[in-house]
Write a protein that binds this ligand. Structure first.
Ligand code: 5RP
Length: 234
């Protein structure tokens, strides 16, 4: 598929999620190219007066920059004790709505914000749907820098093939918004996402992994049907 239809799907699904935001809500703002459209459309609706009194809680530096660009006021978890709705992307979605996230190295903050939300909406194009997690995407694991070597060994000991994520247009490894590093791990298949989420997080030095389990309320899927972008609920 060419880039153009994928972007159209992302745009439509981002808009469909932004349309679910109502006045007065605290909104968790996810990270990635699909959520970027949702942030843009929330900003458009605020600007036109269709909705008002929205505040956003960003999941990354990227989300913060986009929210400022599109005029969404921001708050923090120190100042606010609830999140009404969170909108975020994913790298893989299984039939039980479990996810792999972290393609943008933002999964730690995303998990904090998304898990707190009363309603958590995922926005993906149809290429992200898989039968089993781990079949197309490596599992991202955020690790504190001094623990990289033992965590790599521990992940290999669990049967994974770990790789330190390297920067693009930046020499050296990717550094997260928290100043940590990311290991991407290939597992043959992840049959028990609940167990693996806990097992990997129990390795000393791991801050958070990209398995999101039993937390999603709604998955909006962008598809091309008869040459046109459409959105369906999974
Ligand atoms: C960032 C994420 C993103 O939500 C995920 O990578 C999907 O991004 P995109 O919508 O660009 O495909 O988890 O850490």
């Amino acid at each position: 598929m060419t880039a153009e239809p994928i972007n159209l799907m992302k745009q439509q699904v981002g808009k469909a999620a932004a349309d679910r935001v109502v006045s007065g809500q605290v909104v968790g703002l996810g990270t990635g190219s699909t959520t970027a459209y949702a942030i843009q459309f929330i900003g458009d609706r605020l600007k036109s007066g269709e909705i008002k009194d929205i505040v956003g809680i960003p999941t990354s530096f990227q989300a913060e920059v986009l929210a400022k660009k599109y005029g969404i006021p921001l708050t923090t978890l120190d100042a606010c004790d609830r999140i009404d709705i969170a909108i975020d992307g994913a790298d893989e979605v299984d039939p039980k709505k479990n996810l792999i996230k972290g393609g943008g190295a933002a999964h730690t903050r995303e998990k904090v914000v998304d898990y707190l939300a009363e309603t958590f909406i995922i926005v993906v194009d149809s290429g992200k749907l898989v039968d089993k997690l781990g079949s197309t995407f490596l599992l991202p694991v955020e690790v504190i820098p001094m623990a990289i070597a033992p965590v790599m060994r521990a992940l290999a000991g669990l049967g994974g093939k770990p790789e330190l994520r390297m920067g693009v247009k930046k020499a050296g490894p990717v550094v997260t918004d928290q100043g940590n590093l990311v290991i991407d791990v290939k597992f043959e298949s992840i049959d028990d996402p609940v167990g693996w989420e806990q097992k990997i997080n129990n390795i000393p030095g791991v801050l958070e992994n990209g398995l999101f389990v039993n937390c999603v309320d709604l998955v909006l899927v962008g598809e091309i049907k008869d040459g046109k972008p459409t959105v369906r609920e999974m």
